[in-house]
Design a protein around this ligand. Sequence first.
Ligand SMILES: [Zn+2]
Length: 169
Amino acid sequence: MAITKDRLLEKKTNLKEKAKMKCCYCGYTDSKVTDSRLSDDLSKIKRRRECLKCTKRYTTYEIIDSVPLVVIKSNGVRQPFDAQKIKRGLIKAFEKRPIGIDEIDKMTAEIERQVQNTLDGEVSTHEIGKLVMEELKKKDDVAYIRFASVYLQFSDPESFAKFIASIKK
Ligand SMILES: [Zn+2]
C-alpha cells in the first residue's frame, strides 16, 4: 500500500509542475507546496501551499482521473465501460437464488476492479464475460450455468451438456 501511495504521489507531482494554482487571497500563481498527502481511498491529493507573494497558506485538492475504459462489443462497436451492465447480468443470473443484493454489489465491484487492473484502456465484452464467469463459478453453480448459457451461446444441446459435465468434475 505504502509503495502505491508514494508512486502515485510522485507521478502526480511530476504532472503538477505544469499546472498553476492561483492564490485565493491575492491571485498570485506561484506557491510552494508545504505538505502533500493522499486521501485514504487514493482518489485525492491534498496539498498545503504557501503563496510566494503574500505568504498566506491555502489548501488545494487534486482529483485523480481514472482512465475511461472502453468496451469493444463483438460487432466491433466501442462504448464506455458501464459496471451497471455487469450488475444487471449478475442479477439476472442470480434470479431466485439465495443471494443478497449487497453480495451482488461486491461481485460487481470485484469484477470492475479486475477489468480496471488487467487491461489498458480497452476491453472486449468477451473478456468481461470471462471474468464474470470466473466470479460466478466461485459462488453458485446455477447462476454460473445460467450466465454461461447466454454468454457461450451453445449452438446445440450436446455442447451444453458437455459444459454441464465439465462443471461437475
Ligand atoms: Zn497570495
